[in-house]
Design a protein around this ligand. Structure first.
Ligand SMILES: CC(=O)[C@@H](O)[C@H](O)COP(=O)(O)O
Ligand SMILES: NCC(=O)COP(=O)(O)O
Length: 257
């Protein structure tokens, strides 16, 4: 995969979350499926980045995976490494040591089943400000995981964040219901408020091949989507190459006139 054949980054970047590859790997002591092999195949197929969420209980991504992926991504200078997690648990050590291109702060508790809400302002402002400053001083872009609430975006900017990641599960859950359009409008308003506040916009959680095109078409300025659960499930059936090609098609369809 050359820079010329990768979808141009002026469009929405696809960052592949590899948590679920590690989850399967961890059920045996055989090292398969390999997280680094999965990353290589996804990047070769045209993904723009790799995301991991090393939870404190190491149920899926383990500390060595984060180090291995950081080393691997050095060979892919046009691609980004995005590490997600709670900056008040285990995340900042990875940030200081590995300096990924992006870190996404997520307000999960230890042992949380999966991410299900964003930061809340003004409640979280004072504790977030110093950790955001630390990461940015290390040259790491900071994205805050946020519910799609337009009223929260200026506060996210005021604490120093570069981007927000809109938590898309409510949109994905509404996809097969009459609330789909209402959710799309809600995310559109939140993204516009973020852009107006000077923030970049990322999005993720339960995005899939059904709901991705409408999201990227309707919600303004989405710089990056991070997708794991559905994408890895698709890859079990289609293989990584065909799966990444189809997710990039979903994104490109959003920009087709
Ligand atoms: C922040 C976010 O939405 C994802 O990282 C999601 O939490 C995936 O984590 P799991 O794979 O552990 O569900
Ligand atoms: N930030 C969201 C992410 O990385 C993947 O979420 P999901 O697609 O596994 O729900």
């Amino acid at each position: 995969m050359t820079e010329a054949s990768r979808s141009p980054l002026s469009r929405t970047a696809l960052s592949v979350n590899l948590n679920k590859v590690a989850l399967v790997r961890n059920t045996r002591h055989l090292g398969i499926p390999s997280v680094t092999r999965a990353a290589t195949l996804c990047l070769e197929a045209g993904a723009h980045g790799i995301t991991v969420h090393p939870r404190p209980d190491e149920r899926h991504i383990r500390a060595h995976d984060v180090h291995d992926l950081a080393a691997l991504l050095k060979a892919w200078p046009d691609c980004e490494f995005n590490i997600e997690g709670n900056p008040f648990h285990n995340l900042m050590g990875f940030v200081r040591e590995l300096r990924p291109q992006q870190v996404t702060f997520v307000p999960d508790s230890e042992g949380q089943f999966t991410s299900d809400h964003g930061w809340s302002f003004p409640a979280d402002a004072d504790r977030l400000r110093p950790v955001i400053a630390q990461a940015r001083e290390l040259g790491v872009r900071v994205s805050l995981f946020m519910d799609a609430d337009p009223a929260q975006m200026a506060a996210a900017r005021a604490v120093g964040a570069d981007r927000v990641e809109l938590y898309t599960e409510p949109y994905a859950a509404a996809w097969h219901t009459s609330r789909r359009d209402e959710q799309l409008q809600r995310f559109k308003a939140a993204a516009q408020a973020a852009l107006d506040a000077g923030l970049g916009v990322n999005a993720g959680h339960d995005l899939n091949r059904e709901n991705l095109t409408a999201f990227v078409r309707t919600v303004p300025g989405v710089a990056e989507v991070s997708i794991g659960h559905a994408l890895i499930a698709d890859a079990l059936e289609l293989g990584y190459s065909a799966t990444i090609a189809d997710y990039n098609r979903c994104i490109n369809d959003a920009f087709a006139s």
